[in-house]
Design a protein around this ligand. Structure first.
Ligand code: NI
Ligand code: MN
Length: 223
């Protein structure tokens, strides 16, 4: 098992298995905490949880520069097609897309999704199998009890869980989410980027789950 996980800040990550790089929610331009610029990103794939600007981020520039395939819900891929992105893998909750690194499955997320007034489809969570590991990325979401089912079905070792409050769960509900999903490691996301969000991970302390706080720009080797 080889998986290098680079936190881009906010909800963004690079997952690198040594042969393939998948970027998730690469929001760099306008992210005051980001250490990477869009031109720094080398990837074959981009996967998106939903169409809000702080998740779609620099996807168009990154996908064009890399000739990357974008994995996202149907409405987002329609939008990206209009922006000139050619390699698109549309999906929706319940479905799974098999790739050459593994697969990406879409789960529900309890949230909204529009961009510049346009409907961007269902917000999603993603379950990603890469580098021999299974990772759940919750996207932006409130707490919902089917997170237990996500844990039961996919058994992710790693869960990236929004804790910033206001637009998603805060630390207390996010702790409950992690206890329901039961990963080995939970990575807090979607906090401290803006003044409206919680500024630290205090209170995110799920029982029986290791919390791994990553700094933007930090790479952590899993496994
Ligand atoms: Ni959002
Ligand atoms: Mn967001």
């Amino acid at each position: 098992m080889t998986l290098n996980i680079t936190y881009l800040g906010h909800s963004g990550f690079l997952f690198d298995d040594g042969k393939h790089v998948l970027a998730v929610d690469p929001f760099l331009t306008g992210n005051p905490l980001a250490r990477h610029k869009p031109a720094d990103i080398r990837c074959q794939y981009v996967a998106l949880t939903h169409g809000h600007g702080d998740h779609l981020g620099d996807t168009v520039a990154i996908a064009k520069a890399n000739g990357a395939t974008v994995i996202a819900c149907w409405e987002i891929t329609e939008y990206l097609g209009e922006q000139g992105i050619q390699r698109l893998e549309p999906g929706n909750p319940g479905g799974r897309i098999v790739t050459d690194f593994g697969w990406v499955a879409f789960t529900q997320a309890y949230h909204s999704a529009s961009f510049e007034g346009r409907y961007m489809g269902n917000p999603c969570g993603l379950v990603i199998q890469i580098g021999g590991a299974t990772v759940y990325h919750g996207g932006d979401t409130g707490l919902f009890s089917d997170m237990k089912l996500i844990g039961e079905i996919y058994r992710p070792q790693i869960a990236c869980i929004p804790i910033g409050d206001r637009f998603t769960m805060g630390p207390e509900l996010a702790s409950k989410a992690a206890e329901w999903i039961r990963p080995k490691v939970a990575i807090p996301i979607h906090y401290k980027t803006f003044g409206l969000l919680r500024q630290n991970a205090e209170g995110f302390a799920p029982a029986g789950v290791e919390v791994k706080e990553l700094e933007p720009g930090q790479t952590w080797r899993f496994g």
